[in-house]
Design a binder for this molecule. Sequence first.
Ligand code: PRX
Length: 575
Amino acid sequence: MEYKDIMHKTPVKHGLINYESTYKNFNWKDINRCFDHFSDNEVNIAHEAIDRHANNGYKNKIALHWEDEDNVKKQYTFSDIKRQSDKLANVLRNLGVEKGDRIFLFLPRVTELYISIIAIAKVGAIAGPMFSAFGPEAVKDRLHDSEAKVLITTPDLNQRVHEIKEELPALKHILLVNAEHNLKQDEISYESETNKASESFKIRWVDPEDDLFILYTSGTTGKPKGVTHVHNDMISHYITTKWALDLREDDVYWCTADPGWVTGTVYGIWGPWLNGISQVVYNGRYDAEKWYSIIEKYKVTVWYTAPTALRMLMKAGDEIIKKYDLSSLRYICSVGEPLNPEVIRWGLKVYNLPIHDNWWQTETGSIMIANYPSLPIKPGSMGKPFPGICAKIINTKGKEVATGKQGLLGLKRGWPSMLRKVWANKKKYNEYFKISGWYTTGDTAYVDDDGYFWFVGRADDVINTAGHRVGPFEVESALVEHKAIAEAGVIGIPDKERSEIIKAFVVLNKGYKPSPKLKKDIQGFIKKRLSAHAYPRKIEFTKDVPKTRSGKIMRRLLKARELGLPTGDLSTLEN
Ligand code: PRX
């Protein structure tokens, strides 16, 4: 029997051929059997994603095709990734990293990022990937809350860390990628240490319930929450990749997401490699021509991207598509924001393929609702629940609402990749489970007569801008740190390209006058301090921000006024 046959041993064949019967007969326990070393107390996702392939029939198979903006290219086989991650795992162990320690990554999509995430799992530590667009405030929030022990970054990005380091007493070491010289006392060169390290590493077996990664994400109130996932997630990662993304043995797969976002961690690292798939990483900004050239060059067959990117490609026009040979593509998926029917129709016309929308969240750890190759697409619908997932539209008491009626999107708790904790915040974790038996998603939706789910919106004030989840509170907090600003209220307003954009209503301190220059200055301040994703594209100077008598900003009212909607009950309004 060939390795690929062993890899794809029963009960899981390629593709989700019959949705209804698979959904009916599905049992998560059957999936454990697809792994090489899975028991109640001994697993490691890195073994399943890399080592078992490197030790067996995929050792010379390309795991990673990598390219950057300057056309620099690299290629790694599964054995290369094993060797490099074993070396780094030795470095980490020698630094005193132990099981459960938090290691944060503040890197662009360089190959070291991917290798680091594997190495961190190998030592049983917990990885915290962060966007390289983050400013010092966003980095500090994450490293402080998680009490990260090690940070892996570049000399460039490290400059943003200098100004906050004093406030991070738990941070012991900084590993710098591409920095051979001028290292400070607690800084270590990634290259020189890994070059010296042994290639032989004995993987740390962990319990399936041991923590694997933390991704911080926004809610309506407070700082971002450290959503924590465990090694057991691999069950969901493996099978959703196979069935919702339809990945097969010979595919070349490209997930355009950054690992700072859950899509980039789960479906840009774990999911494809658990399935032994060759994947492409492009380390660079969006550029229509570059993106098409990547598909052409690597003969990408499965492409996982997001609605804002697709809308930008649509805007870039159909003519440039003709310059590239995209005939390798066979399956396209999208996630993160509502996917307009118009984009699906356009995709059919220019790529000759439907775009399969799917829905999930940082907290769910894997795709929960999807369009599958074997089911007809209803443009605008997120599709149907993944086998093993019980999704329903419920009211606040947990009672199912009638077909066609809008309500809260709830998931019966207990699938393998459900978040296990909010780091150091039990209260926030419990908020997800206020309705007995259910995990509440914070989204509203409805289900139609055929069992397809349709996204309606958020039940809270969380903003979704180009797929980035932004909490209004974080932006408001950062805004009031600007010297000119006394008060701020932040909402999302609809935008054709980015789903929503951030709008801030700001009250100025005495002595400051509204001006286009001040607007620009405020925007630059937020970009630099918090994140390039989270700056308000629109700013309105105002005399006051509506608040409740208890002092909470009434974003609902700001939004209703902005969009000319009914303002609703204003009895708690203070001013
Ligand atoms: O509001 C939903 C929206 O993105 C939120 C989750 O964001 P995040 O945790 O960053 O993870 C996104 C990618 C896994 C959801 O609560 N969302 C996600 N997918 C869709 C979506 N909205 C509409 N349609 C989707 N397919």
